[in-house]
Design a protein around this ligand. Structure first.
Ligand code: AGP
Length: 608
C-alpha cells in the first residue's frame, strides 16, 4: 500500500506535500518523492530512498518552486525500494504518483518502448507517465489523454498526475484503491484518504470506482470510465480524522471489506517481487527444507484461513498438514517432532487459546511461526518467526480484511515451501505469483458485485437457519461464510463439506433453508454440482456463488446466483471471501443488528 497526495494553491507546494505524506506514512515508507510545477510551468522533482525524513532533508537543501505538485510515500511492489524506483515517475512533461498494482504493465511497457519510450525504472507506474506523455505530445487534451490511457490499465490503482506547462492543473483516477479530493479556501487537493487532507481542507469528495478527475484552481471536474461528466457529493471533512475513521461508510466492517483491494496489494508488495515473479526471500523467514510436516492452529476466522491454506501447502508444497482449533490443540497430548513446523495465525496476536497453544509448541521443542496482523502483539514477540499480514487496523469485530490478508500470506508461504522443498518448479512458481498479482483487480471486481449481493441478502435475512457448502478450499470458505453470517446477523448457519450433506445435514433441507454453495469452476466443480442437485431434489433454496463458466453448467435449480469474475483456481478461495462477507453484512443490516460490535463478542478473546 502506498500513500499519494497532490495540491494546487499553496506556494511553495512542497512543504505541504511533505506534511501530508507524514500522515500517510502508515501506508508505506521505503522511499518517497515530490514533484512541483512552478509558475512558468517548469517541472521540479526530488526523490529519496528510505524514510520520509531523507526526502525532507533533500527538499530543505534544495527547495522546489511552484504551487502545484504531487507526492508519494512508497511500499514497493514492482522494483526494489531505490531512488530510481521512487515516485513521482516522469516521462517528458508528465509526473505520476500511484498506489496499487497495474497487472498488464509488461504489455504496456512493450507498447511504450515500441513507440520509442525509454524506461528509467522497474516500476509499473512509469508506463502510465510515458503513455500520457505520448498522447499529450500527439496533441490530445489532458482530459482525453486521461480517459484513453486509464482505459488501457488493468488491475487496481489510484493515480495523481501533474503536467509541465500546466501550473494549477492536476489529474487523478481510481479503480480499486481509495482516492479523495479535498477542497478549501484557495486550495484543491487529492489524497489516498481523509487523513492526508483534513488539516488543509474544509470539504471532501470521495471518488467512485472508475472515476477520473481534473483539478484546477477552484474547480473539480469528474468523469466516469466512459468519459461522461458526473457529479460526486461534496461533504464536510471530519475535523479530527484518525486512522480509525469510517469515512464514507456506514460501518467499520463495510469500510474494511472495501479496503481489501488496497491492503492485499500492500501485503503482496511486501512478500512478492512482482517484476521478477518470485517470493522476496527475506520476507518469509522460514526455510521449509528443514521441515517434513506442518501443524497449523488458530481460532475462528483465522482457523478457517488455516483450513483453506492446508490445500495449498499439500498441493503446492507436498507438505502434510495437521490442523486443529487452538482450544483443542493445547490440551491434546500430541507427539511432535523438531522437523515439524508449528504455525499459528491470529489477527490480534493476543487470543488466549492460540497464544497458549503456541507457547506449548515452543516448550515442546518445536519451531514456531506466527502470522499476525498486530505486529506489536504478544504472539508476534514470542514466535521464533513472525510474518505480518499488513491489513492495517481492523476495527470491526467480524474479521474481513485480516482474513484475506492471512490467506494471501499463507499462499505465499506455500509457494516458498514448494521452492525450498524442491516440490514446486520455478516455472510453476512464477505462474502462481502472477495469479496472486491478479488478486487486487479480482477483489475490486468482486466488490463491484455488492448491489447484486445485497439483493440476495434479502433471501437470507428472513431465514431461521442457513447452510454453506463447498469442496476443497471452498469448504473452508463455506465454514467462514457461515461464521460471518451467524456472528453478525444472529441467523443460525452451518458450514459443511459439500460431500458431507448426504451423511445427515441434508435432513435440515426444505424450502425455508437457503443453501449457499461456494462453487468456482475448479477441479471439484462437477462434484459440487451433484451435491447441489441433491439439495434441489429436496426443495432446498440454492444460492450459487459461481462464475460465468459455471452458470452454463447448472440449470434452473438455482434460486439465485452471485456471478463472479473468472479467477485462477489458486486465488479463487481468496476472491470468493468477498461475496460471503458482503452477504453476511447486508443480511445483518436488514436484521438491524450491531454490525461492528455484535452481541456477546469481542474483537480479541484474551480469555479461555
Ligand atoms: C472473526 O470474524 C471472529 N470475530 C473471531 O472468530 C476471530 O477470528 C477469532 O476470535 C480469532 O481472533 P484472532 O484472529 O485475533 O486470533
Amino acid at each position: 500500500m502506498c500513500g499519494i497526495v497532490g495540491v494546487i494553491g499553496r506556494s511553495p507546494a512542497a512543504p505541504l506535500l511533505l506534511d501530508a505524506l507524514k500522515r500517510l506514512e502508515y501506508r508505506g515508507y521505503d522511499s518517497a518523492g515530490v514533484a512541483t510545477v512552478d509558475y512558468d510551468g517548469a517541472l521540479h522533482r526530488s526523490r529519496a530512498a528510505g524514510k520520509l525524513r531523507n526526502l525532507e532533508l533533500r527538499v530543505e537543501a534544495t527547495p522546489l518552486a511552484g504551487g502545484t505538485g504531487v507526492g508519494h510515500t512508497r511500499w514497493a511492489t514492482h522494483g526494489a525500494p531505490t531512488e530510481a524506483n521512487a515516485h513521482p515517475h516522469k516521462a517528458g512533461g508528465v509526473v505520476v504518483v500511484h498506489n496499487g498494482i497495474i497487472e498488464n504493465f509488461r504489455a504496456l511497457r512493450q507498447k511504450v518502448e515500441a513507440a520509442g519510450g525509454v524506461m528509467a525504472s522497474d516500476t509499473d507506474t512509469e508506463t502510465v507517465a510515458h503513455l500520457l506523455d505520448q498522447r499529450l505530445s500527439a496533441g490530445a487534451s489532458i482530459e482525453d489523454a486521461m480517459i484513453e490511457v486509464v482505459g488501457q490499465l488493468e488491475g487496481a490503482f489510484a493515480l495523481a498526475i501533474a503536467f509541465e506547462g500546466h501550473a494549477g492543473v492536476l489529474a487523478a483516477a481510481r479503480r480499486g484503491s481509495p482516492l479523495a479530493v479535498g477542497t478549501g479556501e484557495d486550495i484543491v487537493m487529492i489524497g489516498s484518504d481523509a487523513l492526508a487532507l483534513s488539516p488543509f481542507c474544509d470539504n471532501i469528495i470521495y471518488l467512485d470506482e472508475g472515476d477520473i478527475a481534473i483539478l484546477r484552481a477552484g474547480t473539480v471536474a469528474v468523469f466516469d470510465a466512459s468519459g461522461a461528466a458526473v457529479e460526486r457529493q461534496e461533504q464536510p471533512i471530519p475535523v479530527q480524522v484518525s486512522l480509525a475513521e469510517k469515512g464514507n461508510y456506514r460501518h467499520f466492517m463495510l469500510k474494511e471489506i472495501h479496503e481489501q483491494t488496497d491492503v492485499i496489494a500492500h501485503n503482496l508488495g511486501h512478500y512478492l517481487d512482482m517484476a521478477g515473479g518470485t517470493v522476496r526471500g527475506r520476507s518469509v523467514p522460514v526455510d521449509f527444507a528443514n521441515f517434513d510436516r506442518l501443524t497449523m492452529s488458530a481460532c475462528g476466522t483465522a482457523y478457517y484461513a488455516c483450513l483453506a491454506a492446508r490445500y495449498w501447502f499439500e498441493a503446492v508444497a507436498g507438505l502434510a498438514v495437521d490442523l486443529d482449533v487452538a482450544s483443542e490443540l493445547r490440551y491434546r497430548h500430541r507427539p511432535a517432532s523438531a522437523r515439524e513446523l508449528a504455525l499459528f495465525v491470529s489477527q490480534s496476536g493476543e487470543t488466549a487459546d492460540t497464544l497458549a497453544s503456541m507457547r506449548a509448541a515452543k516448550e515442546g521443542g518445536q519451531t514456531v511461526a506466527a502470522v499476525v496482523n498486530v505486529t506489536t502483539s504478544t504472539m508476534a514477540r514470542e514466535a521464533d518467526m513472525m510474518l505480518p499480514t499488513l491489513a492495517g487496523m481492523e476495527v470491526g469485530v467480524a474479521s474481513t480484511k485480516a482474513f484475506t490478508c492471512q490467506l494471501t500470506t499463507l499462499a505465499v508461504m506455500a509457494i516458498k515451501a514448494g521452492l525450498d522443498r524442491g516440490t514446486l518448479s520455478t516455472e510453476r512458481a512464477v505462474e502462481l505469483v502472477e495469479a496472486l498479482a491478479q488478486l487486487p483487480g479480482a477483489v475490486a471486481d468482486a466488490l463491484n458485485l455488492e448491489d447484486a449481493v445485497a439483493r440476495v441478502a434479502h433471501d437470507v435475512s428472513d431465514a431461521q437457519t442457513a447452510l454453506f457448502v463447498g469442496r476443497g478450499a471452498s469448504y473452508a470458505l463455506a465454514m467462514e461464510g457461515a461464521l460471518k453470517l451467524k456472528e453478525i446477523s444472529y441467523i443460525h448457519a452451518e458450514g459443511y463439506a459439500a460431500g458431507e450433506l448426504k451423511h445427515g445435514p441434508i435432513a435440515l433441507v426444505d424450502e425455508d433453508v437457503p443453501v449457499i454453495v461456494v462453487m468456482p469452476s475448479d477441479e471439484l466443480f462437477g462434484k459440487t454440482v451433484s451435491n447441489m442437485q441433491e439439495v434441489a431434489a429436496r426443495g432446498g433454496r440454492i444460492i450459487a456463488i459461481i462464475d460465468e463458466a459455471g452458470t452454463a453448467e447448472v440449470g434452473d435449480e438455482v434460486a439465485a446466483s452471485i456471478v463472479m469474475p473468472r479467477a485462477d483456481d489458486f486465488i479463487a478461495p481468496i476472491v470468493y471471501a468477498i461475496p460471503l462477507q458482503l452477504l453476511a453484512y447486508h443480511a445483518a443490516v436488514l436484521k438491524g443488528t450491531d454490525v461492528d460490535q455484535p452481541r456477546n463478542l469481542a474483537k480479541s478473546v484474551t480469555v479461555e
